[in-house]
Design a protein around this ligand. Sequence first.
Ligand code: GTP
Length: 342
Amino acid sequence: MQKIPVTIITGFLGSGKTTVINQLLQQPYQERIAVIVNEYGEIGVDHQLVINSEEEIFQMNNGCLCCTLRSDLSNVLHSILEVSKEQETVFDRIIIETTGLAEPGPIVQTFFRLPYLQEYFVIDSVMTLVDAVNGLHQIAHYEESVDQIAFADKIWLTKLDEADSRAEYFLRQKLVSLNPHAEIERLDKTDLPFDHFFGQQLFDAANLTHLDEAKEDSCEINQTDTHYHDHDEHHHSHTHGITSISLRTDRPLHPVRLDEWISELVMTFNMDLLRYKGILQLYGDPNKIVYQGVNMAMQFYRAEPWENENRESVLVFIGKDLPEKEIKRSFKACIMDEELIK
Ligand SMILES: Nc1nc2c(ncn2[C@@H]2O[C@H](COP(=O)(O)OP(=O)(O)OP(=O)(O)O)[C@@H](O)[C@H]2O)c(=O)[nH]1
């Protein structure tokens, strides 16, 4: 059996990973692709936003990647092999969408440390997306962003439609200083060549040694602002104070109250509100509503209608020092009750 190539798509929270994966999946290709979606936080939303057919999406949710990722990942890869056997067809390719706070190292190491994974899979490339609008801020404040850039085989600049050429210039300078080995490509959503993402065979384990140099160069990172914890096999850090708050309810939400509430959170927490996304049931609306945003940039759209499924709203906020109790309490005011319906 030929080894299945694996492309790791990483990038900081909200850098555009799901958007790009959806665009790649929409292209006319002759391949069967499995997508592994890994999310930060106890409730997953992304697996519902990826357009692949359900049996080809494998979801992994874990709060802290460094604690659980490796065994989770090998389990998921194992189940992909099982599905292939059951269906007597092999996946041609696997995409792993990491969380926006993932350090790609442990993901890659998983493939090297487990012999049976080496037998069946080969890492094609680590593709890192960098948001051209928020990238410099993220590099300066979040070590996860630096790790992802330093680990990239190729860097893709996203959201260029909103960034000016000066911002792009300075960002490129920074990216080259963090990772002089990776090619930097501009991501054009209207023209995304499949073969620039896949089958590139850019991954070279030898490049991993450059990682530490890049991390040392990133002197703007405030080291006192991170906490470190050792696990038996690797050393990992998350920027201190990043939390994920998950909200869910099976009662409909009041559209106006909800909108006001989210807008207020966005105004209040601003750059500390790193990412928020949810699939919501609004009162009186037969369709699912997708709400999402990165810092101040908020977006919502009407998705497909609810069918015979459990109608549940799920909403996740990821940010720095967010007051969980207060957010959970104020969310309740957006849930419809008899009084509000009147
Ligand atoms: N202006 C602009 N917005 C974009 C672009 N790509 C993605 N977005 C928006 O950025 C937000 C985040 O996009 P996603 O694709 O969900 O980002 P992600 O990296 O998968 O997010 P996480 O999984 O939460 O880390 C969404 O509101 C997208 O619509 C782009 O090229 N330009």
